[in-house]
Design a protein around this ligand. Structure first.
Ligand SMILES: Cc1cc2nc3c(=O)[nH]c(=O)nc-3n(C[C@H](O)[C@H](O)[C@H](O)COP(=O)(O)OP(=O)(O)OC[C@H]3O[C@@H](n4cnc5c(N)ncnc54)[C@H](O)[C@@H]3O)c2cc1C
Length: 338
């Protein structure tokens, strides 16, 4: 599209303007494109460890047209909460030329037993946070062991550390719908997926005593990435200024809470002070949708509640402001659900 635009522009102004000025913008665009392409290749095509293969994703259907995209990246990199990336799906027949922006929900590390494939996987987060399991870990094969990365590294050569980036994607009418259909047809699918980024600035909330997060639907990717970051930081450093965090999330149905079950698991394994975290799940379809058989998530000593109504956002904020312990940050994404 951009090339067609530039050709059209040159044809139109050829006799009227000094064309050399157009070359300046073409040069800037070409430099930007070349750098982005180089970065895309570097991050997703394993130039150094060729046997690892290109970045690829496992795409799983959740509920309410939302899929979870879990990308194993060829070249791991760091990100800050709230940042986003562009995802490419180069092997798709329809849409291989497209890239779409998505917020990073989380990053996890898992050990992949290269001998026995997925069976040898162990969540590193789980290991890192369970003090009693930090000495050694036996794989399902029962014959190999490795130590948690918090301890001096002593990793068996059969256990490869894989880094995953997690995204929640709400199906719209284009490429995201196609991904949803693919995930729906097999419950999950695997696809070569390139990641480009990260982009965007990250805001820090470490200097506030009270932090209130409010989101609805897939906007939880933004608030949850900050929450996981703050909770992990608090568990590592109990002296952190943040004393209370309230996460308010509005979903349509109670089953949608499972979209973030991996992150809730991750938080439940952290050692957090009493009254540090409160999670409120508002189910906007109301009491009729509350299924008593789906348990309220348990998060250690954090308080969790399911409320069968839409969130009254001004009231939630004023209630929180009354109970705040000091300087308070309100982080919210305004969506139709709210
Ligand atoms: C910084 C950022 C972070 C985002 N994070 C998430 C997220 O975590 N989860 C999520 O579900 N969605 C997220 N989105 C929205 C997501 O990018 C779009 O829903 C997706 O691109 C739609 O793809 P589609 O082909 O199905 O779109 P279509 O059905 O063709 O269009 C649906 C809507 O998406 C917009 N759109 C389409 N392509 C793009 C594009 N390349 N860039 C920007 N907007 C586009 C269209 O203008 C339209 O409004 C984010 C958007 C931005 C800008």
């Amino acid at each position: 599209m951009v090339i067609i635009y530039f050709v059209g522009l040159f044809i139109h102004v050829f006799h009227r303007l000094k064309v050399q000025w157009l070359w300046v913008s073409v040069t800037f665009w070409a430099i930007d494109r070349s750098l982005r392409t180089l970065r895309l290749v570097w991050l997703n095509i394993p130039c150094r460890h060729f046997r690892r293969g290109c970045s690829k994703a496992e795409i799983t259907y959740l509920s309410d047209d939302v899929i979870r995209v879990k990308v194993a990246v060829a070249q791991p990199w760091n990100y800050l909460p709230g940042q986003s990336v562009y995802l490419y799906f180069p092997t798709l027949r329809y849409g291989f030329w497209q890239s779409h922006p998505f917020s990073i929900l989380n990053r996890t590390e898992e050990y992949l037993d290269t001998k026995s494939g997925d069976e040898g996987r162990r969540e590193v987060n789980e290991l890192e946070n369970r003090q009693d399991q930090q000495t050694a870990f036996t794989t399902e094969d029962g014959d190999k062991s490795f130590e948690s990365p918090l301890l001096p590294a002593k990793t068996h050569h059969n256990n490869r550390k894989e880094k995953y980036f997690h995204f929640l994607v709400k199906a719209q009418t284009g490429l995201t719908r196609r991904l949803r259909d693919m995930a729906l047809s097999n419950n999950s699918c695997h696809l070569t997926t390139f990641v480009e980024g990260p982009y965007g600035v990250s805001h820090k909330f470490d200097n506030f005593t009270t932090v209130l997060f409010i989101s609805g639907g897939v906007a939880v990717t933004f608030t949850m990435s900050h929450l996981v970051y703050l909770a992990e930081k608090k568990s590592r450093n109990p002296g952190l200024k943040v004393k209370q965090v309230h996460h308010v999330w509005v979903v349509r149905k109670q089953e949608d809470i499972a979209w973030i079950s991996e992150e809730l698991d991750q938080i439940s394994q952290l050692t957090l002070p009493n009254n540090f975290l409160r999670m409120s799940f508002y189910v906007s379809q109301g009491i009729m949708d509350i299924n008593q058989q789906i348990p309220v998530p348990k998060l250690g000593n954090a308080k969790c509640e399911i409320l069968p109504r839409r969130a009254d956002v001004p009231r939630v904020i004023s209630d929180e402001a009354q109970e705040r312990l000091g300087k308070m940050a309100v982080v919210g994404l305004v969506l139709p659900l709210l």
